[in-house]
Design a protein around this ligand. Structure first.
Ligand code: NDP
Ligand code: A1CAB
Length: 289
């Protein structure tokens, strides 16, 4: 049933107030109210691009429901998949990859007329379309910084996704960060770089702060400095468009502190470890099919 659409990768685009118009009058159900659903939905609600009254979350666990009741009591949360889906225009599947077949494999007309979006790592459009029973299906790989409007998402679409559907996806993801449309063959690599990436960066911030503590700083100050350094450096790379290697060189004075540190990082294989980590994540994403 599924056919490849042959899309060309798009360039990253900035948020746009105009595109938010496409969000209006759509009812959205999010199936699975865990970490990524929270980041996506809370980011979109905080940005005001969708109203809590137009959203439902399907979440079976008590702890999951408690989180929503405590943090976003305005969002209706329940466990009746069928009735929430029936009332929706768009459904986001935000469950673990191995739960996708259980949720998606429903009776014949269950998904009729619904735009179905999966954020599950590794689960292909072909699998999704065959479970859903139609080809109006999108695969998105978001990331957790969506929670604070600084996400990085990529998506690919199956054959029957209309221009309006794509506009909705793009505008909603743009409201919480940057977005690119990609060929499906790139989704494993996307998952490895930006989907899993926040974990690598958190590890780096934590380790930099640990180093600061070892060197005598109070923990809170070390964490604040490490966090702002990562944030500021990422902003500088994004806003100046200068190559990170050039910006790295601009910090390293001859015979200075930075080059002493860079030598240790190279000796310990940081660069290689990060490359290997991304490759391992991409391989794991391929295995999840
Ligand atoms: N976390 C991340 O950074 C990212 C995750 N993703 C993808 O997002 C998806 C969700 O990941 P994540 O949010 O981390 O996972 P979580 O475990 O935090 O969230 C999944 C939620 O779905 C619930 N759930 C389980 N079964 C059902 C069901 N039948 N119907 C409805 N809800 C159900 C789970 O409840 P319970 O706990 O009781 O099982 C849980 O609350 C995954 O497929 C992952 O690949 C994509 C990008 C980034
Ligand atoms: O670890 C995972 O499988 C998910 C996908 C990307 C980020 N978290």
């Amino acid at each position: 049933m599924w056919t490849k659409t042959g899309v060309k990768p798009s360039i990253f685009r900035e948020n746009s107030d105009v595109l938010r118009e496409t969000m209006r009058n759509k009812c959205l159900t999010v199936v699975g109210g865990g970490q990524m659903a929270r980041a996506l939905l809370c980011g979109m609600l905080d940005k005001g691009v969708i109203a809590a009254s137009d959203v439902r979350v399907v979440e079976p666990s008590h702890s999951g429901c408690d989180w929503w009741a405590k943090n976003r009591p305005d969002v209706p949360v329940g466990d009746n998949l069928a009735s929430d889906v029936a009332e929706s225009d768009i459904v986001i599947l935000a469950v673990k990859p191995y739960v996708i077949p259980k949720v998606a494999n429903q009776s014949a007309s269950f998904w009729d007329g619904k735009l179905v979006i999966s954020i599950a790592a590794g689960v292909t459009l072909e699998t999704l379309c065959s479970l859903i029973g139609h080809d109006r299906v999108v695969r998105v790989m978001p990331n957790t910084p969506s929670l604070v409007g600084a996400g990085a998402s990529a998506f690919c679409v199956a054959a029957d996704v209309a221009a309006d559907d794509k506009a909705w996806i793009e505008s909603s993801l743009q409201s919480i960060g940057v977005v690119a449309e990609v060929e499906e063959s790139h989704m494993d690599a996307v998952t490895a770089v930006s989907g899993s990436g926040p974990a690598y960066v958190c590890l780096i911030v934590e380790a930099m702060a640990d180093g600061g503590v070892f060197a005598g700083l109070p923990r809170d100050l070390a964490m604040k400095l490490a966090t702002q350094t990562v944030l500021g450096t990422a902003k500088m790379i994004a806003e100046t468009g200068r190559h990170p290697g050039e910006l790295k060189d601009s910090v390293a004075s001859p015979g200075g502190t930075t080059i002493a540190a860079l030598r240790v990082l190279e000796q310990n294989g940081l660069r290689r470890a990060l490359i290997d980590a991304v490759v391992a994540a991409a391989n794991r994403s391929r295995e999840l099919k």
